[in-house]
Design a protein around this ligand. Structure first.
Ligand SMILES: NC(=O)c1ccc[n+]([C@@H]2O[C@H](COP(=O)([O-])OP(=O)(O)OC[C@H]3O[C@@H](n4cnc5c(N)ncnc54)[C@H](OP(=O)(O)O)[C@@H]3O)[C@@H](O)[C@H]2O)c1
Length: 294
């Protein structure tokens, strides 16, 4: 099977700066029973990672702070996938950190970011990280305040060759403008989904104008907090396409623009296959209008 025939390639590719990724990727947070992660089964998690690549996934999002006392997402990525395929893009995030007992540490100072990047390098056994997101804020909502010093510190690490490309996470339009004035930005990673958080509609559009990928998290999980009746519309559209609700949510995400990528997270091999297959699901204009409640 050629690379382009693999399911994850069906929604096309996007350039994260110098790096080409299939728009349908994978998020590693749910491999670990941390922050709602659902897989407490190491072997199953390793299977999910290997299967993701077999299905054509070549963009995996991770973090050094996705760990439990038993295992970590970075270590499992290293175990399951190294030696790494040439086209595999690993994206991590820095800013937040957890001590060995799992307690979150205070947000990193700019001079601590090098240590966090090196921690990811060690755990992933790489000599550079493909993409590093500066993830601001401590909760789920957007972070506030200037990111100039922190992003400047990461730009220096990029110049030094430890990082190939830079992104920002949990940010507003003001942060994108600030970062772009310092160094190239290849992605913005924010919470965004059909049901829950649409406050970033404008930021998503702005990213497209700048050729910056918009990479939502909770694209599937936003359905778990549905209070607006969207799920019923999702179910109707899903039935029409003989698809699942998760697939419709992912197809809706990918339909928001060529620069919008998906990184659904799961510890379940069946859900992985379903999610990757969503790259092939084409929603019609009527479907999209219905989902948006027009
Ligand atoms: N930058 C940030 O601040 C930030 C924050 C959070 C996450 N992230 C990244 O973004 C990635 C995506 O976010 P996420 O993993 O939280 O959310 P998600 O992919 O939107 O949803 C994951 C949740 O949905 C379930 N799920 C996934 N596929 C499903 C399917 N086909 N059918 C039914 N349920 C399904 C998963 O459970 P199962 O395991 O049972 O499938 C899990 O509970 C994360 O993995 C992480 O890498 C970044």
């Amino acid at each position: 099977m050629t690379q382009t025939a693999l399911p994850a390639a069906a929604a096309g590719t996007w350039q994260l700066g110098s790096l080409t990724v299939n728009r349908l990727g994978f998020g590693a947070m749910r491999l670990v029973p941390f922050a709602g992660g659902t897989s407490a089964d190491r072997e199953r998690a390793l299977t999910v990672l290997r299967r993701a690549l077999e299905l054509g996934v070549n963009h995996i999002d991770t973090a050094a702070f996705y760990f439990t006392p038993e295992f970590s997402s970075n270590e499992m990525i290293n175990t399951a996938l190294s030696p790494y395929a040439d086209d595999l893009v690993l994206t991590t995030k820095v800013g937040p950190g957890r001590d060995p007992s799992g307690e979150f540490l205070p947000f990193a100072r700019p001079d601590q970011l090098r240590g966090q990047v090196e921690e990811n390098l060690r755990q992933l056994a790489r000599d550079h990280i493909d993409v590093v997101n500066l993830r601001i804020g401590t909760g789920l909502g957007r972070g506030t305040g200037s990111i100039a010093e922190h992003f400047g510190a990461l730009a220096e690490l990029r110049e030094a060759g430890l990082i190939r490309e830079l992104g920002i996470s949990n940010v507003g339009p003001e942060h994108l403008a600030e970062a772009l004035a310092i160094a190239p930005v290849v992605c913005v990673q924010n919470q965004y989904g059909l049901t829950a958080v649409r406050e970033d509609d404008e930021l998503l559009r702005l990213c497209g104008e700048h050729g910056v990928a918009f990479v939502p998290w909770f694209a599937v999980a936003s359905g778990q907090t549905d209070e607006t009746g969207v799920e019923e519309r999702v179910a109707t559209v899903a039935k029409r396409h003989d698809a699942t609700s998760a697939q419709v949510r992912l197809a809706w995400t990918l339909a928001q623009g060529d620069h919008v990528l998906a990184i659904p997270g799961t510890g379940n091999p069946d859900h992985l296959a379903q999610n990757v297959a969503a790259a092939q699901l084409r929603l019609t204009a009527d479907d999209l209008a219905e989902l948006d409640g027009a």
